[in-house]
Structure formats: structure tokens, C-alpha cells
Write a protein that binds this ligand. Structure first.
Ligand SMILES: [Zn+2]
Length: 323
């Protein structure tokens, strides 16, 4: 009798009960070694947490980062902007918000030739901190409207198909007093459910969110263990992650979730889905590294068999000026 491989043993066990069979599927996803026949269908640069402002080195930094991406010999076909592209308009008045959105629009127009798709971050939402922004809420561009206008978006969340993959872009900034929580409202969650439902099971799915849905690095942002327990605020990682994870578990074609927000780089595999928090172009808010993560961006190659490769790349970073 031939010696059984571990996978064959698992297969045999899988036949024994439905639960074990589900476990087998899970192992299969995580054990997958690159298929030599697979073809790369898309190369993506994921730039998140750019936090551009007229002061300091962020303008130079964004231009340098875009230059690095554009000058790659095998340059990406698509840029994903992961959100927090302006330093902040959440707590800023109209005049400041105009300066930041105009600056972003000009920089992208002048320095980005690669097609770009956008996700809205919390810092891109205008005026929700009413006590600091002075907004009443009745302003025509209040909230996400200004960012949507600047980015040319009809809705703050949407989907598109490219190169045989489905892309789902989420809007996780949920109003909470003068602040926010990271979660989808019920309408968006129902939309996500329907969107996955109408995507063929054979089509791999990439989800782009600003805040991570599942994250390890969020533990290290701040002094979260100070109380003797790990405490991660609901504004850092999706507080509705449980139902999102359960939904993804029903759709095995969800392969990759990209996020930012924490400014740290990690990669977590959970239920066969890879969750990558892709650091930050601004690093430690344009003052160098943030903890051990240097300023950088994610290079993602997507393949026709639903697999992907990812690496986090730093770029020549302008010296902080203290601005
Ligand atoms: Zn953020």
C-alpha cells in the first residue's frame, strides 16, 4: 500500500463528516502551491494612507511614490487608492478642505497616468467632527460628497470587473457622534451580500476597504495591552467583521482583502482569505517609519487561477522637514 500523503488522510477524514469536509476545503485553499500554468492577468499598485497636505514633505513624497510606480520596468496596470488620501478633512473647515481636495486633484492629474480606482477613508470625510470643523451638516458637500466629487464616484462603495476578477470597494466609515466606527451600514452589507451572490463562483474576488476587516497589526497601534487585556477600538478594525467573515465563508471565491488605516504592514490568513494591511505611503504620517513599517505601498499580481502574489515595497522617501 502506498503511503498516504497528509492531504489524502484529510480527504479520508473529510468523507466522515460534513464538518471535516469543510475543514478540508479550508486546508486546500491555504496549502495551494503556485500552479505552473497560471497566467498573470493584472499587476496592481495599492497606495493607501497618503495623507497629502501643502505643508511638510507629503507632496514631494506622493510625487516620488508615483514616480517609483510609473518607472517600474513591468509597471502596474492599475492603482488602487486605499483612502485617507488627504491629510484630514474630517475635522477641518470648508476653506481647508478645498485646499486639500484641490491639491490632491492637481497632483493626480499631473503625476498619475496609470488608471486609478478609489476607496474613501475616514480622513476624507468632510466635517463629521462638527465641533472642530464648524460644519452644521447642511453644507452641500458635507460628509462623503466632497470626496466622491473629487474622486468622480457616484456612490461611496461600488464594484467592477477587470481581468477576470471582481473588485469590491467598501465604504467603512460609519458616523458615530463626532467620530466614526469602522463598519458597513445595513444597506451596504445587503448590497455586499447581493454582489457576492451574483458573482460567479469561478470568478475570484478582491475586496478593497480602508479599515481592515481582520488584522493582527492593529494590536500594535497604540498601547492596546495597557489594561492587561488586548483592546482594539471599533474605529480601527471593522467592528462588524464577524458577519463579513461569515459572509465570505459562504463565498470561497473571496481571495484577498486589502486595507490600510493602521499604517502598519501585516498579512493574516483566516478561513482561507488573505487579509493584507498594506502599511502607508505616508509611513508615520510623513515623519519616517511607523513602528517597524517603512513608508511604502503594495505590489499585487493577480493570476487567472484566483491566486495572487503580494509584496510591500518602500520607496525613496523625502527627509521629514518637521512641517
Ligand atoms: Zn484611516
Amino acid at each position: 500500500m502506498e503511503q498516504l500523503t497528509r492531504r489524502e488522510v484529510l480527504k479520508g477524514l473529510g468523507a466522515a463528516s460534513l464538518g471535516a469536509a469543510a475543514w478540508l476545503t479550508l486546508r486546500g485553499a491555504m496549502d495551494a502551491s503556485p500552479n505552473p500554468q497560471r497566467k498573470r492577468v493584472l499587476r496592481i499598485a495599492h497606495l493607501t494612507d497618503i495623507h497629502v497636505a501643502p505643508e511638510g514633505v507629503s507632496v514631494r513624497g506622493l510625487i516620488d511614490c508615483l514616480k517609483t510606480v510609473h518607472e517600474m520596468p513591468d509597471r502596474p496596470n492599475l492603482i488602487l487608492n486605499g483612502g485617507d488620501f488627504v491629510s484630514d478633512v474630517f475635522a477641518q473647515n470648508e476653506q481647508r478642505a478645498r485646499v486639500l481636495f484641490d491639491l490632491w486633484t492637481r497632483l493626480i492629474k499631473e503625476h498619475c497616468q496609470i488608471p486609478i480606482r478609489h476607496c474613501i477613508g475616514n480622513h476624507d470625510v468632510w466635517g463629521w467632527d462638527k465641533s472642530r470643523s464648524g460644519c452644521t451638516g447642511d453644507e452641500p458637500k458635507y460628509g462623503k460628497k466632497w470626496a466622491m466629487e473629487a474622486l468622480g464616484l457616484e456612490k461611496p462603495y461600488y464594484s467592477f470587473e477587470q481581468a477576470g476578477w471582481k473588485f469590491i470597494v467598501l465604504d467603512g466609515t460609519f458616523s458615530h457622534g463626532n467620530g466614526y466606527k469602522a463598519r458597513l451600514d445595513d444597506e451596504q452589507f445587503e448590497w455586499l451580500k447581493a454582489e457576492l451572490g451574483r458573482t460567479p463562483a469561478t470568478m475570484p474576488v478582491l475586496v478593497l476597504s480602508h479599515m481592515p476587516i481582520v488584522s493582527a497589526c492593529a494590536l500594535f497601534d497604540g498601547e492596546n495591552e495597557k489594561s492587561g487585556d488586548w483592546v482594539v477600538p471599533g474605529a480601527w478594525v471593522h467592528i462588524d467583521a464577524r458577519r463579513i467573515v461569515e459572509l465570505f465563508y459562504q463565498h470561497k471565491n473571496v481571495k484577498l482583502c486589502l486595507s490600510g488605516h493602521i499604517h502598519l504592514f501585516d498579512r493574516v490568513e483566516y478561513n482561507g482569505v488573505a487579509y493584507i494591511c498594506d502599511g502607508a505611503v505616508s509611513g508615520g504620517w510623513w515623519r519616517g517609519n511607523y513602528h517597524q513599517t517603512p513608508p511604502g505601498w503594495g505590489l499585487v499580481d493577480l493570476y487567472d487561477d484566483g491566486s495572487f502574489e503580494h509584496e510591500y515595497r518602500s520607496f525613496p522617501y523625502p527627509a521629514p522637514t518637521g512641517g
